[in-house]
Design a binder for this molecule. Structure first.
Ligand code: SIN
Length: 476
């Protein structure tokens, strides 16, 4: 148990503030605390980021890359410590936490390089006495609000491109998993970023969020979290027309065609559905299986799910850790009860295991589900796999697209023609084709419809932190 602090203008602060305790969801024990900052601390952090922006934005991309590369090395050197903190504060199985820490480093490394490729344009003029150019400039101070389910990778996915573009940043991590963020910022300090370039505030989400939205000098807000909170931030941003990137909720369909390779499909569905105990925005939540393969898939899939080991994430053998809190367990319990009451069958799981202070839910497979059930409409965020049979590809497309979300979808088929035609009809920002884990630093991540605005990752993730400035040069 350690009392962690906030980082503002190159100083660790907040020792005298009230503390927010962070509890391990595997056993309810307090594992650390952070200060409860509010408006005052947020404004201080923004002011310091604004001051630092004046010089950081004038550095070259090559200089900024040196800091980022140092940070990448430090993340990799501290991978195990980051993973341990992550697991004890939010429950993720330790092997996944190690994977997240190393994937977090890739966002820093990739953007260190990509920052060197921020090109403008020279546009042919229609007049002999004019030259026309398009310049790119960092947008300014960035407010980054990050979620508990990926405590370090969601942060570096924002921080990497923001810092590479020449922006400075104020980070507000989730109150449920702020300790990993503090550790990451300690590594930023070691990497030697000038004071004020990276700032971290912890505490009251509403007070910090409101201060960020009301401060004139925050020019960009990048948020990962629920669609509900995203909508609120979009409304609040209107007064100052702040730039926004919103990575919001999802309710991903998985479509498995008759000709799928069944082992590939099972591996992909397990990875997509059960990673992080089903608590990712890109989790496959609605599994549609074509009638010819349905029964065989269900039998083999259920057998694979029963082999998953549930337990404290700190144990090496754990595949499914706890859910983040009791209300998550309650939500999953409600969705499963609703499905069973409307005629679904329980093939395995279906149990809340909340003894000894932990908030676990057993990996669950439901068959015979249909669109009348809440689980096929509302984002799940838990280890429950509902399977629905379909006959034709058109039916699968209709079912898959019948949602307000548009983040990720998954397709399993061995046919290039069928896969291509099917994916062309899907309204989702990310599609995994015979692949349950499509995310990577160099490709765009984000959703259509109510799943968000903009993209993180890839060159689009860097554009999100840049302004375009058109310069017309008179030559008379
Ligand atoms: C998320 O669920 O927000 C991130 C998952 C990923 O990057 O794969």
């Amino acid at each position: 148990m350690r009392d962690y602090l906030m980082y503002i203008n190159g100083e660790w602060v907040g020792k005298d503030l009230e503390k927010l305790e962070v509890k391990n969801p595997a056993n309810g024990k307090v594992v650390g605390s952070v200060p409860i900052g509010g408006e005052i601390e947020t404004n201080q952090a923004i002011d310091s980021a604004h001051e630092a922006f004046q010089t950081w934005s004038q550095t070259t991309a090559y200089e900024r890359a040196k800091y980022l590369k140092k940070l990448n090395d430090l993340i990799l050197e501290n991978q195990e410590e980051l993973a341990q903190i992550m697991t004890i504060e939010m429950g993720k199985p330790i092997k996944e936490s190690r994977g997240e820490a190393s994937s977090a480093a890739t966002y820093i490394e990739w953007y260190a390089e990509e920052g060197k490729r921020i090109y403008g344009e020279t546009v042919p003029s229609h007049l002999a006495n004019k030259r026309m150019q398009v310049w790119k400039k960092p947008v300014g101070v960035v407010a980054a609000i990050t979620p508990w389910n990926f405590p370090v990778a969601m942060l570096t996915r924002k921080m990497g491109p923001a810092l590479a573009a020449g922006c400075t940043i104020v980070i507000k991590p989730s109150g449920e998993s702020p300790l990993t963020a503090v550790k990451l910022v300690e590594l930023c300090e070691k990497a030697g970023f000038p004071k004020g370039v990276v700032n971290l505030v912890t505490g009251s989400s509403s007070k910090i969020g409101t201060a960020m939205m009301e401060h004139d000098n925050v020019r960009k807000v990048t948020f990962t979290g629920s669609t509900e909170v995203g909508k609120l931030l979009i409304k609040q941003s209107a007064d100052q027309v702040k730039r926004l990137s919103m990575e919001l909720g999802g309710h991903a369909p998985i479509i498995i065609l008759d000709d799928a390779n069944i082992d590939t499909a099972i591996k992909g569905v397990i990875a997509s559905k059960f990673r992080n105990a089903g608590q990712t925005c890109v989790c496959g939540n609605r599994i549609y299986v074509q009638s010819g393969i349905h029964d065989t898939f269900l039998e083999k899939f259920t057998e694979a799910v029963t082999k998953l080991t549930i337990g404290d994430g700190i144990n090496e053998e754990t595949d499914i850790g706890p859910l983040i809190n009791q209300s998550s367990v309650d939500k999953v319990t409600r969705q499963v009860a609703d499905a069973l009451s409307k005629g679904a069958s329980l093939l395995t799981g279906g149990e809340a295991l909340t003894n000894q202070g932990g908030t676990f839910y057993s990996p669950t497979v439901l068959s015979g589900v249909d669109t009348s059930m809440v689980i096929m409409e509302e984002e799940t965020f838990g280890p429950v796999a509902p399977v629905q049979k379909f006959e034709t590809v058109d039916e699968a497309i209709r079912l898959a697209n019948d949602t307000k979300y548009g983040l990720a979808a998954y397709v399993f088929t061995e046919s290039v023609v069928k896969g291509t035609l099917l994916i062309e009809q899907l309204n989702f920002g990310i599609v995994g084709w015979n692949d349950g884990t499509p995310s990577a630093a160099q490709v765009p991540f984000g959703g259509m419809k109510e799943s968000g605005i903009g993209r993180e990752g890839g060159h689009e993730g860097l554009e999100a932190f840049l302004e375009t400035q058109y310069v017309s040069i008179g030559m008379d």
